[in-house]
Design a protein around this ligand. Structure first.
Ligand code: G4P
Length: 521
């Protein structure tokens, strides 16, 4: 096994486009789960154990990420689940730093939706190559040409149709795969795909007339010619540079297009790529082990108060028991019980290769953004903290619980659920989030996991900026701005601003100081 047969990817989509269904069908086809519905059923069982996840259930959205691994045709697929709700863009952003490619799911009736576009932009920032899946062709949808043009225009990408729907909705008679010249057709009362593709010599094969209605055949012949003539042909380099997206049509629910997607990931999606780092980017071919933490999840099992750090392995062959140095504190840790996240269960990992994700149980020593390496000679870059857009003061209902509150806020900020700011003056701690939903998660988890009841009040501040600069300038600025100063969880100085105007004003008055909306960890 080499890293060349790893494919580490995520699915990006707008809520309801069919990400959960597609995930389930990919895992089913990949052999990772055996019963349809298990992704949701397992999810429900897991949720039942943890109170705060009730929010998930009530709202029907997924706010946690997980990792699912399956093997097929000698390739190991690592699928990282990204939270679907827009409030969790920060978490999603970090997960996308850990993948080498993505599948973008679009609802055939809706086309590109706001969240699709946002997530796409994140992928583009990192040149993550994208395969497009137009889902739900078993239902009435928009004209396929219109959808292709929309993807091309909205995202400024070349599109290359790899398959074609033979009608949609009531007229749906199957999906034609251009590369393999195979037709997948619905069968039985459920109108699902039965895994029996019919082989043809091409769109002009007279045998197509035996399996398609005259109307469908005429339409396919005409559209296929236009589709193949009117768009870019597939170009591996352009796809891997993020300039072209191959487009597959299908139905996750009825299992059309699943096999093609798996083949596309196996054949075209890039193996582990190099990762940006200081002093220089790390290639997957580097011999010694390096990786970075892109997510920390506390209390996955409330009984055990465990905390799992998710590490993306960038180089080297990781072996169980290996000693790695976290950049956070520089003291080596022995990784005795790493976990690989197979869909069926957590399994102990003995060995992992670049592209793999390892869960490392720990007691708070590992943080999002940490680099782990054998020699402690490298730092991965590009996992930012974002300036929060919503700030709230935390008010305890029972003031004797200050210690518990501090612990909870530290834990949850380390996990990336919230950011916390401790003002230099006064004792009212401030939490910051990027989206409203995070506040609900916070209150709910404080109660469920830390037995702390709290309310959130309006804060006098509107936003926050990390400040850096020459020591003397920074000291002078701090002295006169004490009322607006706080420390983040790591003790970094933060300027709490009453308005965007305030930041501009301070920046003008203090040209030596940088006010940053993101802080790289
Ligand atoms: P999400 O994770 O992206 O939010 O979407 P999810 O898979 O939960 O799918 C959203 C809805 O769309 C679900 O229906 C699902 O069954 C349906 N769906 C997904 N793929 C297809 C498809 O290929 N064809 C058709 N016709 N429907 C599809 P729901 O009624 O909201 O949920 P459920 O009761 O089926 O779970």
């Amino acid at each position: 096994m080499t890293a060349l047969n790893r494919r580490t990817f995520a699915i990006i989509s707008h809520p309801d486009a069919g990400k959960t269904t597609l995930t389930e069908k990919l895992l089913l086809t990949g052999g990772a789960i055996h019963l349809a519905g298990e992704v949701k059923a397992r999810g429900a069982a897991r949720r039942a154990r943890s109170d705060w996840m009730k929010i998930e259930q009530q709202r029907g959205i997924s706010v946690t990420s997980s990792v699912m691994t399956f093997e097929r045709k000698g390739i190991t697929f690592n699928l990282l689940d990204t939270p679907g709700h827009e409030d969790f863009s920060e978490d999603t952003y970090r997960t996308l730093t850990a993948v080498d490619s993505a599948i973008m799911v679009i609802d055939a009736a809706k086309g590109i939706e706001p969240q699709t576009r946002k997530l796409f932009e994140v992928c583009r920032l990192r040149s993550v190559p994208i395969i497009t899946f137009v889902n739900k062709v078993d239902r009435e949808g928009r004209d396929p040409f219109e959808l292709l043009d929309e993807v091309a225009d909205a995202l400024a990408l070349d599109v290359c149709p790899m398959s074609w729907p033979v009608g949609m909705g009531g007229q749906f008679e199957g999906v034609y795969d251009f590369a393999r010249n195979q037709l997948m057709q619905p069968s039985g009362p459920s109108r699902e795909y039965d895994d029996k593709p019919a082989q043809f010599t091409g769109i002009d094969d007279p045998k197509l007339a035996d399996v398609l209605s005259a109307q469908a055949l005429a339409r396919l012949t005409e559209e296929a010619e236009l589709a193949q003539g009117g768009y870019a042909s597939f170009d591996l380099e352009a796809y891997r540079h993020g300039d072209l997206t191959p487009v597959y049509f299908g139905s996750a629910l009825k299992r059309f297009g699943i096999e093609e997607l798996i083949n596309a990931i196996a054949d075209h999606a890039p193996p582990p790529r190099s990762q940006p780092a200081q002093p220089e980017a790390v290639e997957p071919t580097r011999k010694d082990v390096t990786g970075f933490i892109f997510k920390v999840q506390a209390n996955m099992d409330p009984q055990h108060r465990d905390r799992i750090a998710f590490m993306r392995l960038v180089s080297g062959t990781f072996k169980r028991g290996m000693k790695l140095v976290p950049s956070g504190h520089g003291k080596p840790i022995a990784v005795h019980s790493p976990i690989l996240f197979f869909a069926q269960d957590r399994e102990l990992a003995d060995e992992a290769l670049p592209g793999d994700i390892i869960g490392i149980p720990n007691h708070g020593t590992l943080r999002v953004g940490d680099t782990l390496s054998e020699k402690n000679d490298v730092r991965f870059t590009g996992l930012p903290n974002f300036a929060p857009e919503i700030l709230r003061r935390v008010q305890l209902k029972d003031p004797t619980k200050t210690k518990q509150l501090r612990k909870a806020l530290d834990d949850l900020s380390e996990e990336g659920v919230i950011q916390v700011f401790y003002p230099e003056i006064g004792s009212q701690w401030i939490v910051g989030v990027v989206g409203q939903l995070q506040l609900e998660v916070l209150i709910s988890r404080l109660e469920a996991e830390y037995k702390v009841e709290a309310v959130l009040e309006m804060s006098p501040f509107d936003t926050a900026r990390w400040i850096t600069g020459p020591a003397d300038a920074l000291e002078a600025f701090k002295r006169i701005s004490m009322n607006n100063l706080a420390k983040d969880r790591d003790g970094n100085p933060v300027f709490m601003a009453r308005s965007a105007w305030d930041i501009g004003y301070q920046q003008e008055k203090n040209p030596d100081i940088a006010f940053s909306a993101t802080r790289e960890r």
